[in-house]
Design a protein around this ligand. Structure first.
Ligand SMILES: [Zn+2]
Length: 844
């Protein structure tokens, strides 16, 4: 019997008493501060809860976690964390010791809600669930409390909750009720915020990893989502193929049994429309951190209503998608939904049944969960091959090497450095070379991120269209960062020393030449752009000037390539300190050296177009990267483009990846107030044309190229436009591109590099009569060996076609990228193509 429930029950208000309504009531949505206040009150009143504020989210809302267990467990959380830590490292925990720990331990379950902030059901459910666990005394509650430690994150995106709350309450009772807010619900990433689980660029991801995952090593992560309204009512695993082969088979089976445990409870409760094995695969580490850290990641997806506003759907209008028909009973969908009204209360009810079924399974199977957790880690530390990845410290861009290793280290990967030269795979490596041996607890995480992905050729039927992957099909970090990594399959001897995060710093590169009035800085690394932007911002002195070489310049024995930065009129101490911060080498040119060929570089006035569409994520990522690299820019809205006068305000306008139709049309005027609907329209498009004609630079990425091609009348064709998916399909793969390093957009690049390509345009350029200059193909896909990692069907269709083109238009120019050079703040190796394109309009 409970010793604490009686005291707790007296002190604790129910959500209804606290909020004045039951969470899940139609048209009721609490604010984030109210939610935080309720969890604080619960924790103050119950010894079964522990409240933690892990720090501010991006826009400052508190990111919180509530730990729920029996009061005796809560009183000894450190002790239970130690059990988890020891089970997670079988190198120092023998099987006999593990059995003793398993006898004492609890199953640790992390429940994460509403990372996608308009999917509000799970947060509402969590309020009532926490209250029930804090106050309940029935057998099931008792069993869960005694055997499970539940860490509840009421929202993985608290800023976004508040954005949705404010928009929903503002539009309640208007024609716009229930629409998505006309903005990204995460400042930078919007709906992509659950694609950050290996690069960890966002504050919220880092809170969750450092504050919860690495402290608790959960056996089960349950991540609750919502999907469209017209398919199944509810999805839980099994997942469909493919699984990333790096997910341990034990975890795959645990996922299946847990999914079926939830389906069974939902079906017993009469809940219709529950489907397994549809749509959602398990291939991408960006979405499933725990699959590589000893636990399972369970996804649930409820059909959405309109935030908290009910909808009505007739069964006949449910839609077949990706091979699943929600109207038809099937082995993976035994009880189709009858149709009718669908409410937030329905979503909360399904999610609550599923959560209790999961917690019950975690409790009843406590020993099995812990033993399997140990076994998965044991298999990881006993891995036989491949043996290691070897990463030289002195690559083309040492800053990128350190950034890449920093991401792996943050993800729990152990990194070593050689203290003496060694030979591996027939190649000799120097002292200081990084080595990641894969026989370690999170070796699977390192392996999936460092190896080349092979994705199976899956079709809807033989010879038919491809089955779309749920996310992209490649993540190979060495390609994404442009860092040399060598997979070594067999053991080799080397003197290695494990390093910590504080040792992941760029090596210092001493200056060359006697200090003089002219300093050269290479353009091969991203950090050179950080330094140049700091210099342009006055950090090396107010009068400092920057130019870029337009032809090779030989000083002493060294030929400095086109694109090299030439810095003059600097304060020497400040410049040397700045170079030192990033480990960049300065070369001082003798004052009597012949004058180089160069162009002055000034920071252009940059405009970044931002749509009111809720799903325009690439703009958010672009904004994030520009801020990271200290590019000053102005956000440009539909009205600015329609107004015109663009050349008075900007040298360069940037259209991030977004379908042309969405840029032109924006949100529907039926759904949104006038200020958030309508897009740039034909008028905005003609103002863009005038901007470029008069001398501006327009940069368009991926799908936005179509707008530039059609409305600037560019002599370019997207040669992939008419192809069916069974002819050409590349839903996210790493492709080789051949870059022209003599063109200002290719300055600082090696001749070939990797680009992340997602079914974007590929260009064929025609000659335009009457233009002063010819179009330039800055990068193209090779005629063979295009695919570096991931999946492509019909690569011959893109062979030899242009990936980046620069076209003169009137007195200005258009620059088209057929891929996204800074995709999800991951593609560090192609950031500088975008940066070069921006600088292009600042060269004179
Ligand atoms: Zn979602």
């Amino acid at each position: 019997m409970s010793s604490d429930a009686g005291r707790a029950r007296a002190a604790i208000r129910s959500p209804q008493e606290f909020f004045g309504y039951v969470p899940g009531d139609a048209r009721k949505l609490p604010s984030w501060p109210q939610i935080v206040a309720y969890f604080r009150e619960l924790a103050d009143g119950s010894a079964r809860l522990h409240f933690a504020d892990l720090g501010p989210a991006t826009e400052g809302q508190p990111f919180i976690a509530v730990t729920i267990a029996a009061a005796e467990t809560i009183a000894d959380l450190d002790g239970y964390r130690e059990i988890q830590r020891r089970l997670a490292d079988p190198r120092s925990t023998s099987p006999a010791e593990a059995e003793a720990l398993i006898a004492r331990g609890k199953t640790v379950v992390l429940l994460t809600c509403s990372i996608h902030s308009n999917e509000v059901g799970s947060t509402l459910m969590a309020l009532s669930l926490a209250h029930a666990l804090a106050t309940g005394d029935d057998d099931q509650t008792r069993t869960i409390l005694d055997n499970v430690i539940l860490i509840l994150v009421p929202s993985l995106n608290p800023d976004g909750w508040q954005i949705v709350h404010d928009w929903y309450t503002k539009t309640l009772g208007t024609p716009h009720e229930g629409t998505a807010p006309p903005t990204l619900y995460h400042t930078y990433t919007g709906h992509d915020n659950n694609r950050d689980w290996f690069m960890f660029t966002q504050v919220e991801t880092r809170h969750a990893i450092a504050g919860i995952h690495h402290r608790w090593h959960p056996q089960i992560v349950f991540d609750q989502h919502q999907m469209g309204s017209e398919g199944a009512r509810f999805f839980v695993p099994p997942y469909i193929d493919p699984y990333d082969p790096n997910v341990d088979p034990i975890l795959q089976q645990e996922i299946n049994q847990l999914g079926y445990a939830m389906v069974a409870e939902l079906t017993s409760a009469g809940k219709e429309g529950v489907a397994t094995a549809i749509i959602f695969d398990a291939f991408s580490p960006s979405r499933a951190y725990q699959h590589y850290h000893g636990g399972v990641r369970i996804l649930s997806e409820a059909a959405s209503c309109k935030i908290c506003t009910p909808i009505t759907i007739a069964k006949e209008t449910l839609r077949e998608a990706r091979g699943f028909n929600p109207r038809v009973a099937a082995a993976n969908h035994p009880l189709p939904w009858s149709g009718g009204e669908w409410t937030i209360a329905d979503i909360v009810a399904y999610e609550r049944i599923a959560t209790l079924a999961l917690l019950d399974n975690a409790a009843q199977g406590r020993e099995r969960w812990l033993r399997n957790f140990y076994l998965v880690h044991k298999a990881a530390v006993e891995r036989e091959g491949p043996y290691a990845f070897v990463i030289p410290a002195t690559g083309r861009d040492p800053g990128a090497t350190v950034e890449m290793l920093g991401a792996l280290h943050f993800g729990g990967v152990e990194i070593e450095r050689a203290t003496a030269p060694f030979t591996a795979g027939g190649v000799r490596y120097e002292v200081g070379t990084y080595v990641i041996r894969l026989a370690q607890p999170y070796g699977a995480f390192a392996k999936t991120l460092l190896e080349i992905q092979t994705y199976p050729d899956l079709r809807l039927y033989p010879g038919g269209p491809p089955k779309p992957p749920y996310d992209i099909t490649a993540q190979t970090l060495g390609l994404q960062f442009g860092v040399e990594t060598a997979q070594i399959d067999h053991p080799f001897g080397a003197d290695l020393r494990r390093i910590g995060a504080d040792e992941l710093t760029v090596p210092q590169a001493p200056s060359v030449g006697a200090p003089s009035g002219t300093a050269l800085l290479g353009a091969e690394g991203n950090d050179s752009v950080r330094a140049i932007n700091a210099i342009l911002g006055g950090e090396a002195g107010a009068g400092t000037t920057v130019a870029r070489l337009t032809a090779p310049w030989t000083i002493g024995e060294t030929e400095h390539t086109p694109g090299t930065y030439v810095v003059r009129d600097f304060a020497a101490t400040a410049l040397v300190a700045l170079a030192g911060r990033y480990g960049l080498r300065l070369t001082f040119a003798p004052d009597d050296a012949p004058a180089p060929q160069e162009q002055r570089l000034q920071m252009p006035r940059i405009g970044l177009y931002r749509s009111y569409k809720a799903n325009a994520m690439d703009e958010g990522w672009t904004r994030f990267v520009l801020e990271e690299y200290a590019f000053p820019f102005t956000t440009v809205r539909d009205a600015d483009l329609r107004q015109g006068d663009l050349l008075d305000r900007f040298d360069c306008l940037l259209l991030a990846h977004q379908p042309a139709r969405e840029i032109l049309d924006g949100n529907s005027a039926r759904e949104y107030p006038a200020e958030y609907s309508g897009g740039i329209g034909e008028r905005g498009a003609s103002k863009l044309r005038r901007f470029v004609d008069a001398g501006g630079t327009l940069i368009a990425l991926d799908a936005a190229c179509e707008l530039a091609i059609e409305h600037l009348y560019l002599p370019v064709t997207n040669i992939l436009a008419g192809l069916k998916s069974e002819q050409f399909y590349a839903p996210g793969a790493l492709f080789r591109i051949i870059v022209d390093p003599t063109h200002p957009l290719g300055w600082g690049f090696a001749r070939d590099t990797a680009a992340l390509y997602i079914n974007g345009p590929a260009f064929e350029v025609r000659t335009a009569p009457g233009e002063r200059e010819h179009p330039a193909i800055v990068a193209h896909y090779p005629h063979s060996n295009t695919l570096l990692s991931g999946w492509v069907l019909g690569p011959q269709h893109i062979a030899g076609k242009a990936a980046i083109v620069e076209l003169p238009v009137g007195r200005g120019r258009a620059i088209l990228f057929g891929f996204r050079p800074h995709f999800r703040a991951q593609m560090r190796g192609t950031y500088r193509l975008l940066f070069n394109a921006i600088y292009r309009s600042g060269l004179a």
